[in-house]
Design a protein around this ligand. Structure first.
Ligand code: ADP
Ligand code: XUL
Length: 499
């Protein structure tokens, strides 16, 4: 869009942003002053139970590492959410639509899909059924999948080793990365791979629905694939060849995160009465978009997202490749990079401990946290309900009591492994264990420790007591963006101080 066009936007313009995450699709409507006008969400398990997901995903009992979601569920959620918002939002005022999505997940479009389905959607019919025949497989492997260890090692070897791959593409081959996932599809479901015309990420899949054609993968979400050179923001031929044959044209071109992907497809214009020139801006990954949305610009600041995954991220102009973290281009500043750590055991594992030791209630959980002392009398725990990414460890709950030796020297601490703590100590152990791990790994990856301040986001950032523990473990103030409640309204204070 030319600069002058921005000025011509009517004063009453609205902007619609989505977040297609693991467990839900959320939408926020902003006005031209960036004030939140309204908010709503579709929860995949409860609102769309016919897909049978738990926590938004499907698992394979025969292969517990395999975790997928149905892309048609995301399409149906999009339509349902637009229908729910319609009584509150005058879609004719919406000037632009964009969104975030869980990173790494891959969607496989069948040859001819764009022309046959995307570009000819019938506004008299529901969206998802019209797309069913356009997908080469009804399943999208998502970021929680950990079934590609063999493919990861093959890609790393072909690229000269794990650190070499991390230097070029931003991270070693992690099992959730899209490249190894595509390689597994090529090796184990050859027919799906061969009938695939285009591979979308979840972000570009959602943008494709909105523009009625294939949308590009954006240059920041593209960094989660083990295929893109993070310095040039272009696909690497050697990485593509190490992944699967004939892949370059299946991936298509990349676009900057801020680029306009197209105008809204006639399907949405006619079905929901949007204006025909409503713009669709590239969708990107949830983590890079959080960095942009939190306006993280000081290298001394750290952001921590406590969602389905927990992520820790900051910015740097001199990224140091590591085997632990991910480096992505900064979506808002082409000269700097984003450094990120990702944990698989985030909110769902905290919920598991809450359900077992705190009567399934966050209030009880918080009371336990408040009545236990910092450092938990030496009781330390690591809780992996899912195979963990950081460090890469299998499922298991590990509890230790750490006592200093008779001499009191920290070097001579004694660890005893035990099976169970009292319930309040279980609660403190999981929270402290998670934040101590974040602090230790952040330091190793060159993130600022202690940071000047932390900005917390994600579902669990609504929990003040958890944020207080974060503040004491990191030794800094924690701020959080005021989150819209599940019902609209209440958006007065941008930040809450939670020292
Ligand atoms: P996603 O990564 O799917 O976007 P969200 O950021 O929406 O996830 O976070 C959802 C999670 O937030 C839930 O799984 C829940 O465990 C957690 N959550 C919600 N409220 C609280 C609370 N008061 N305390 C701790 N965790 C909470
Ligand atoms: C990041 C990652 C997760 C997903 C979850 O690498 O895998 O944070 O983006 O939405």
């Amino acid at each position: 869009m030319a600069d002058g066009d921005h000025c011509r936007l009517p004063n009453d313009s609205l902007f619609l942003g989505f977040d297609c995450s693991t467990q839900s699709l959320k939408a926020t409507v902003l006005d031209a002053d960036l004030t939140v006008v309204t908010y709503d969400a579709v929860h995949f398990d409860s609102d769309l139970p016919h897909y049978g997901t738990q926590g938004g995903v499907l698992r394979d009992p025969a292969d517990p590492g395999r975790v997928v979601s149905p892309p048609l569920m995301w399409a149906e959620a999009l339509e349902l959410l637009l229908a729910r918002l319609r009584p509150r939002v005058d879609y004719a005022r919406v000037a632009a639509v964009s969104g975030s999505a869980q990173q790494h997940g891959s969607v496989y479009w069948k040859h001819g899909a764009a022309a046959a389905a995307l570009a000819s959607l019938d506004p008299a019919k529901n969206l998802a059924p019209q797309l069913a025949a356009a997908l080469a497989t009804p399943e999208s492997p998502v970021w929680m999948d950990s079934s590609t260890a063999a493919q990861c090692r093959e890609v790393e070897e072909a690229m000269g080793g794990a650190l070499e791959l991390a230097t070029v593409t931003g991270c070693r081959a992690h099992e959730r990365c899209t490249g190894p996932q595509i390689r597994k599809m090529y090796q184990t479901r050859r027919q799906v791979y061969d009938t695939t015309e285009r591979v979308s990420l979840v972000s570009s899949f959602m943008a494709s629905l909105l523009i009625g054609g294939y949308a590009c993968i954006d240059e920041t979400d593209g960094a989660g694939m083990n295929l893109m050179d993070i310095a040039t923001r272009e696909m690497r031929r050697d990485a593509l060849e190490a992944t699967a044959p004939d892949l370059e044209h299946k991936i298509g071109k990349l676009a900057p995160a801020h680029a306009v992907a197209g105008t809204l497809a006639p399907y949405f214009v006619q079905r929901f009465q949007f204006r025909s020139n409503c713009l669709v801006v590239q969708w990107s990954g949830d983590n890079p978009n959080s960095l942009a949305g939190l306006t993280l610009s000081d290298p001394g600041d750290l952001a921590i997202s406590l969602g389905t995954s927990d992520t820790v991220f900051g910015i740097t102009d001199l990224p140091e490749p590591s085997l632990d973290g991910n480096i992505l281009p900064n979506p808002v500043d082409p000269k700097t990079y984003m450094v990120m750590l990702c944990y698989k055991n985030g909110s769902l594992t905290r919920e598991d401990v809450r359900n077992h030791y705190a009567e399934g209630s966050w209030d009880v959980f918080n009371k336990h946290l408040e009545k236990t002392a910092p450092l938990n009398g030496g009781k330390l725990g690591y809780y992996y309900k899912e195979p963990e990414i950081l460090p890469p460890l299998p499922v298991g709950f590990h509890r230790y009591v750490v006592n200093s030796s008779a001499s009191g020297s920290l070097d001579e601490m004694v660890e005893h492994q035990i099976n169970q703590f009292d319930p309040p100590s279980e609660v403190r152990a999981i929270i402290e264990g998670q934040f101590l791990s974040m602090r230790g790994h952040a330091e190793r990856c060159g993130l600022p420790v202690p940071p000047k301040r932390i900005i917390a986001t994600g579902g669990a950032s609504s929990n003040q007591i958890i944020l207080q523990t974060m503040a004491s473990i990191f030794g800094c103030a924690v701020y959080t963006v005021q989150r819209p409640a599940t019902s609209p309204g209440n958006y007065t204070h941008p930040y809450i101080y939670t020292d």
